[in-house]
Design a protein around this ligand. Structure first.
Ligand code: DGY
Length: 439
């Protein structure tokens, strides 16, 4: 007999599939039909993980489509633009990727990247795939592209060969206006004459109280101006740009994807030596450079100021997903996670807010400044499970299910009320809910 609880969950899975169906565009899925009407990089990775449970063909197409935008130097851009779609800013005309000799021909993309979750997604597709032969063919096709992307990161974004990759724009972190970027962004003076005159399109869909400020947008666009001045040459950008950060989230996801890539190489009987060396190097450097023993937390490292940026965001727990902390380090992370200010079990809010709720800069409804994001919860949930902290893993998983059940498929949620904010019918919320309910 099917229990009432099972029937409810089945209903939720069906609704999640409907969201993805509505956002499917024939070869890829838009994150949201209104606010994000193109293909986004890490979104597609998470979306493919959801599809891998029930539609292998779409999961494969999602990643294959994304890699059509890959640059000749291996960079995987964060947006692949649909030329028909004019409802998003900044569009291709502002990125001017033709300034780079590596830009792909005949495809419109942005000129920055995003967290490399794709090798992990490719492995999910293989592991969940009903058509194993088809999945192997897919891995054979995607493996060289994934390898080229990781090689780009280690070659171009790792200037001292430390094994830690830097990001050069807050959009590359995925956490656009996180409080962690306040300090480096405040240090940037924007020469007004260098800014294009522009009108934001995001505010036609979502109130400003839930989105980045205009001052932040000016800085986002000024960084873009610097990239173009440098013709997207990475070593020039490294010298010229004021924003160069070794991120905790980016490198933790990279480490986890390196391990997935290693497994894929083994499956395909490809050489694993280079990938193995990345795993060793990043694993060591991450714990050496991003860990703060006194605080028991992983921070980001600002390469321009040569110091940690000490803001406690949910990204500091994601190294669990990469398998990076030792047992002792993991225990310290649990302590912070299980604080009132991170909405511990039996507190009056949902876990895991993206920023410490006791901090002054916390906002329950503004984008990356505090609300709960389902992808962050998913990364933390998987990490806790891998480490055997099943009690907390279940708590975070239940929070994912409960938020969506109560509020619908929103982009992010108020940790106190559970109310959804940002855009609705958000694809990765639907995809990752499918994963936790069908895994
Ligand atoms: C946005 O438009 O907010 C995106 O996150 C930038 O890629």
């Amino acid at each position: 007999m099917v229990s009432a609880g099972d029937a409810k969950m089945k209903g939720l899975i069906e609704r999640a599939k409907e969201v993805l169906n509505r956002n499917w565009r024939g070869s890829y899925t838009v994150p949201s039909a209104t606010l994000y009407p193109h293909q986004w990089s890490w979104d597609s990775g998470f979306i493919a993980i959801g599809y891998s449970h029930y539609n292998q063909e779409r999961a494969q197409k999602e990643l294959i489509s994304l890699f059509k935008g890959q640059w000749k130097n291996g960079m995987l851009p964060h947006i692949l633009f649909n030329p028909e779609e004019k409802g998003y800013f900044p569009g291709p005309e502002l990125w001017q990727i033709e300034l780079s000799k590596y830009a792909p021909k005949g495809v419109l993309t942005s000129g920055i990247t995003q967290p490399p979750v794709h090798a992990k997604a490719a492995l999910y597709i293989y592991e969940n795939g009903r058509d194993r032969e088809g999945a192997l063919r897919f891995l054979r096709e995607i493996f060289p592209k994934l390898l080229a992307f990781h090689r780009y990161l280690y070659r171009e974004r790792n200037p001292f060969n430390e094994g830690l990759v830097y990001i050069r724009h807050p959009w590359e972190s995925g956490m656009d206006n996180s409080p962690v970027w306040d300090l480096p962004l405040k240090g940037i003076t924007v020469p007004a004459e260098l800014l294009p005159s522009y009108r934001r399109k995001d505010l036609q869909h979502v109130p400003i109280s839930e989105r980045p400020t205009d001052e932040e947008y000016d800085r986002f666009l000024y960084l873009l101006h610097i990239f173009k001045e440098c013709d997207y040459n990475e070593s020039k950008i490294f010298k010229e740009s004021p924003f160069i950060i070794q991120g905790n989230l980016f490198n933790a996801i990279l480490h986890s994807s390196n391990k997935a890539l290693y497994q894929i190489a083994e499956l395909l009987k490809e050489d694993t030596e280079e990938i193995g060396s990345w795993i060793d190097k990043t694993g060591e450097a991450f714990n050496q450079k991003l860990w703060d023993e006194e605080d028991g937390f992983y921070y980001v490292f600002d390469m321009k100021q040569k110091k940690h940026i000490k803001a406690c965001t949910a990204a500091g727990f994601v190294p669990l997903f990469g398998g990076l902390p030792s047992k002792e380090q993991a225990e310290k992370l649990y302590k912070t996670l299980n604080k009132e200010c991170f909405c511990r079990i039996h507190s009056n809010c949902f876990a895991v807010p993206n920023y410490d709720v006791c901090e002054e800069g916390f906002s329950p409804e503004n984008y990356w400044r505090g609300p709960i994001w389902i992808n962050m919860n998913w990364l933390i949930y998987k990490g806790l499970k891998d480490y055997g902290n099943l009690e907390y893993a279940t708590y975070v998983k239940n929070s994912i299910i409960e938020l969506v059940r109560m509020g619908g498929f929103y982009e992010y949620y108020d940790p106190f009320t559970g109310k959804g904010h940002g855009t609705k019918d958000f694809s990765w919320t639907a995809a990752l809910l499918i994963d936790v309910l069908m895994e």
